[in-house]
Design a protein around this ligand. Structure first.
Ligand SMILES: Cc1cc2nc3c(=O)[nH]c(=O)nc-3n(C[C@H](O)[C@H](O)[C@H](O)COP(=O)(O)OP(=O)(O)OC[C@H]3O[C@@H](n4cnc5c(N)ncnc54)[C@H](O)[C@@H]3O)c2cc1C
Length: 512
């Protein structure tokens, strides 16, 4: 069963399209959706897989933009808050939820510092109000007592004398967002190809290589959008990026017993730098994050350095009653921020996106963040329409729900009535389609399809089968490292591998 236009290799790729999109991270997937929903024909390709690059290594937050406000970047902050509202209230309520975040104030926090932190969080709430996001979606921040702080986070050390509780958006998973955007675009007619590398490109055509067969083909295009993230500069002259690496640790939730909220922990001796502890939906916790300039060609998969791991463990431990150590770390991952170079250090570089049209007519979109992907795509497609003289409808993605999106009330009803809360959490209203597909392809009973793959690995066979039939997964790595995130913990990955092989075989048998 091949149920979508997402597939690996070039296959029967159209000889001529309106828009070629290079890269299928969140930006490229967003551009593909924006362009196809304006009535343009679209071919979107990735050299590896959906969400292969930076988009799967984020903190998985849908930011309100507070930290940009702290840096005086009011426009970036407002844009972020608006896009957070669009995702949480219109396009992807099923993939986002409100995350309570506690900023503990300790005996060592000076009064003026506490006042500044409170003012910052209040400003963050003003951003929410300015973006017209309801307090039902993201509750107002409030001060909490020492007792309540310890109730929310029993792991905190003795010195806590209160805290500030605020809310921001959290994604179910970043790679799941990318996959869902790509599936939505494919549903509207975009051709999505993984394992398809763009070798050369100008405003009228591109040379592509099928990474499965080695075949090289030319495609005529009316316009090209380069959304290749930290690799964008290798395709177009005069684009200089200064990537910076951000690392997270993965802990089992039982390393931080009883934690009910995310923690924002000031880095000692630094005014506006924090380490964040982020509980995840699947019983893990991430601790991030660093900001290290990276020189030279960006690697395909960046590696955390030992110094970054120590920094994150030490900073977090300073706030806890029991210090963390390396034995608590079950995984770690790093991503590269695609920052456009404009002089200065990486932390000074603007986090707003840039859209640049080359002399040959290629539109490059870089920078920004996951939260603002929709706006980045809108700006990039506007520029591509101008560059290619295309006849296209206005952007409509701010009101275009992603596949499976429905209201929070309906999601609650489905989760209560249906056989699998987990599927509703990850596919929204498409949970029934996921299960029905897996049933049809495998002939297995629902309880087998919905059982956790192994102890401590909550991923199900139903998800793996659907990844192979509807989400273009081509191999075990696609299923375990991107359609699901089992791969973040090596032991879990090994336990899940046989199930992933079975799911791929089942899907392939149905195609024949
Ligand atoms: C550590 C970290 C934490 C972050 N946390 C957050 C967060 O919590 N919230 C948030 O909103 N943002 C966050 N961000 C920012 C966000 O993750 C990135 O801005 C975003 O994911 C970039 O997406 P992209 O699509 O532009 O690039 P990528 O995801 O890197 O996609 C580029 C794609 O292009 C493909 N490609 C490259 N060259 C070619 C070629 N020649 N042919 C075909 N394909 C090609 C690659 O394989 C890749 O898949 C974070 C970033 C980092 C690094």
């Amino acid at each position: 069963m091949r149920a979508t236009r997402i597939s690996a290799g070039l296959g029967a790729v159209p000889a001529r399209v309106d828009v070629l999109v290079v890269g299928l991270g969140v930006t490229g997937a967003g551009v593909a959706l924006d362009a196809v929903s304006r009535g343009l024909s679209v071919l979107a390709v990735d050299a590896h897989d959906l969400a292969f690059g930076t988009s799967r290594w984020s903190s998985k937050l849908v930011h309100g933009g507070l930290r940009y406000l702290a840096n005086g970047q009011v426009r970036v902050a407002h844009e972020s808050a608006v896009e957070r509202g669009v995702l949480m209230e219109v396009t992807a309520p099923h993939l986002t939820h409100a995350l309570p975040m506690l900023l503990p104030l300790g005996e060592s926090t000076a009064r003026h510092q506490a006042a500044l932190l409170r003012a910052g969080i209040a400003a963050g709430d003003l951003l929410r109000v300015a973006a017209r996001t309801s307090a039902e979606t993201l509750p107002r921040p409030r001060r909490v007592t020492a007792t309540e702080s310890r109730h929310l986070a029993p792991v905190l050390g003795q010195g806590v004398r209160g805290g500030i509780l605020s809310w921001d958006g959290q994604l179910e998973d970043d790679a799941r967002l990318v996959t869902t955007i790509a599936r939505t675009a494919a549903g509207l007619g975009a051709e999505i190809r993984t394992r398809a590398r763009v070798l050369e490109v100008d405003g009228h055509g591109a040379v592509l290589r099928d990474e499965l067969t080695g075949a090289v083909v030319g495609v005529a295009v009316r316009t090209v959008v380069n959304a290749a993230g930290v690799w964008a500069g290798s395709l177009v002259d005069h684009i200089e990026l200064r990537p910076s690496r951000g690392t997270h640790l993965v802990l089992h939730a039982d390393a931080l017993p009883g934690l009910r909220v995310a923690l924002t922990l000031p880095v000692p001796g630094q005014r506006s730098r924090f380490v964040i502890v982020l509980p995840q939906p699947d019983g893990q916790c991430y601790v991030g994050l660093t900001d290290e300039p990276v020189d030279g060609d960006p690697p395909d998969v960046p590696e955390p350095s030992p110094a970054e791991i120590d920094f994150l463990l030490d900073t977090t431990s300073a706030a806890l009653s029991r210090p963390l150590d390396r034995a608590d770390v079950v995984g770690a991952f790093a991503g590269l921020r695609p920052l456009l170079y404009a002089g200065g250090s990486t932390s000074d570089l603007s986090r707003r996106h840039a859209v640049l049209t080359s002399r040959t007519g290629v539109v490059t979109v870089v920078g920004g963040k996951l939260t603002t992907y929709r706006r980045m795509a809108q700006d990039a497609v506007d520029a591509a329409v101008r560059a290619g003289g295309l006849d296209a409808a206005p952007c409509r993605t701010a009101r275009l729900p992603l596949a499976g999106a429905t209201s929070r009330a309906e999601l609650a009803r489905l989760a209560g009535a249906g056989p699998s809360r987990r599927l509703v959490r990850r596919y929204g209203a498409d949970a029934g389609l996921v299960l029905a597909t897996a049933r049809e392809v495998s002939g297995l009973a629902d309880d087998e399809l919905l059982a956790p793959l192994a102890g401590g690995v909550p991923v199900t066979t139903a998800e793996l089968v659907f990844g192979a039939t509807h989400e273009g997964a081509h191999d075990v790595a696609d299923l375990l490292d991107r359609r699901t995130r089992v791969g973040l913990v090596a032991a879990d990955r090994a336990a899940a591998e046989p199930a992933a092989r079975r799911a791929l075989a089942l899907a392939q048998a149905t195609v024949r």
